[in-house]
Every structure is written in structure tokens, then in C-alpha cells.
Design a protein around this ligand. Structure first.
Ligand code: GAR
Length: 198
């Protein structure tokens, strides 16, 4: 089996329960992983991501001001971060951070963008809108991050049938399951490319 010698250093940014962060950390511990999660950054003091980071022994830092790019930059530099993965992070990134990490920041979004994207469209808000619109399907998008909400170019999408889901919770559960499978693989793919270029 492949044993990756030196892994790409990844920071996860999260604001919520942290289930995607956990899936990313889990894959990083396989010996086929091209990345290592070196830190978690959060803008929410009470978020579930704290429990995930502590349980999985990943250092977590709280960003008092998510617009403060100098503190964010310092933390990223101190930990030699090469790639950023947003996992339920609900703030825009400062423009200079986006420029510095051009092509090395990705996000997961719980819809088939550009449908159900943009400011205010996140997590359960999206599942609720899809439920109210009586859509037979939903999906997920993994995309590069720019300075705006959900407009960076796409890396992959998965369409998910939700015909059988009669509640918002069932839609959310089905979508999360797919996110947890797809997002770690996409992050690993990106890190494999970066790894091969260094
Ligand atoms: C995930 O469904 C993720 O796709 C979504 O927030 C949820 C976070 O859940 N992100 C967005 O909506 C970004 N616009 P988690 O904290 O359990 O990973």
C-alpha cells in the first residue's frame, strides 16, 4: 500500500457541528493520505467543532475577527499551512488570504451550485428551501474559494435523489452522508496534485 512520506499541511475552517471536519481528519489518518490536518480555525466560540477538534487531537484557534487577515495569516504561517479546506465555515475570507492561497482553498456546499447558493444560503436553510420547492433531487458541490459566496470554480458535483425524503432532516442526513464521502477524496486529490508539484 502507498505510504505518503511528506503530507501537505491543511487548515480546516469551520463554524458548525464539524461533521465534515471530522471526515476530513479521518481520511488524513489513512496511509494513503496526501494531507495532514495541522489546525482548525473557527469563528464560533460555542461550535461543535471544538468537541471534534479536541477529540481528534487537532489544535483549534478561535478567530475573534474573521476579517482580520493579519491574525489569520499569522496563524496559517506559524503552522506552515499550504491548503485551506472550508467545512461549514460561514464567513467570507479576506481578499489577501484568498490571493495568497490562490487555487489552494476549497469549500463544500450542500447544493448543486449555482442553484441555492449565495449569501445566506447554507446548511439547513438550503435543505429547507429544497424541501419547500418539492425538488426530487439535491446535491453537493466542491469548489475553489474566491472572495465571494459560492462563486469560485467547481471541482466536482454529486446529484442526490431525495424522492423518498419526507422531512428536511432526512434530506440533510442524506446530503451529509455524501459530503463525508466526497469531500475528503476531493481534498486528497487536490493535495496529491500539489504534492506532485513540490
Ligand atoms: C455542511 O452541510 C456544509 O456543506 C455546509 O454547512 C454544513 C456544515 O456541517 N456549508 C455551507 O452551507 C457553505 N455555504 P458540518 O459542520 O456538520 O460539517
Amino acid at each position: 500500500m502507498l505510504q505518503v512520506q511528506k503530507q501537505i499541511s491543511v487548515a480546516i475552517f469551520a463554524s458548525g457541528t464539524g461533521s465534515n471536519a471530522e471526515a476530513l481528519i479521518r481520511l488524513s489518518r489513512l496511509n494513503t493520505s496526501y494531507y495532514k490536518v495541522v489546525m482548525v480555525l473557527t469563528n464560533k466560540e460555542q461550535a461543535g467543532i471544538y468537541e471534534v477538534a479536541n477529540r481528534m487531537h487537532i489544535p483549534i484557534e478561535y478567530l475573534t475577527d474573521p476579517k482580520d487577515s493579519s491574525r489569520m495569516g499569522e496563524l496559517l504561517q506559524k503552522n506552515n499551512v499550504q491548503v485551506i479546506a472550508l467545512a461549514g465555515y460561514l464567513r467570507l475570507l479576506p481578499a489577501d488570504i484568498v490571493r495568497h492561497f490562490d487555487g489552494r482553498i476549497i469549500n463544500i456546499h450542500p447544493s448543486l451550485l449555482p442553484e441555492y447558493g449565495g449569501r445566506g444560503m447554507y446548511g439547513d436553510t438550503i435543505h429547507m428551501a429544497i424541501y419547500n420547492d418539492k425538488k426530487p433531487y439535491t446535491g453537493i458541490t466542491v469548489h475553489y474559494v474566491d472572495e465571494y459566496f459560492d462563486t469560485g470554480s467547481g471541482l466536482c458535483q454529486s446529484k442526490i435523489s431525495i424522492n423518498e425524503c419526507d422531512t428536511v432532516e432526512k434530506i440533510a442526513e442524506k446530503v451529509k452522508k455524501v459530503e463525508h464521502e466526497v469531500y475528503p477524496l476531493m481534498l486528497n486529490q487536490l493535495c496529491k496534485i500539489i504534492y506532485s508539484q513540490q
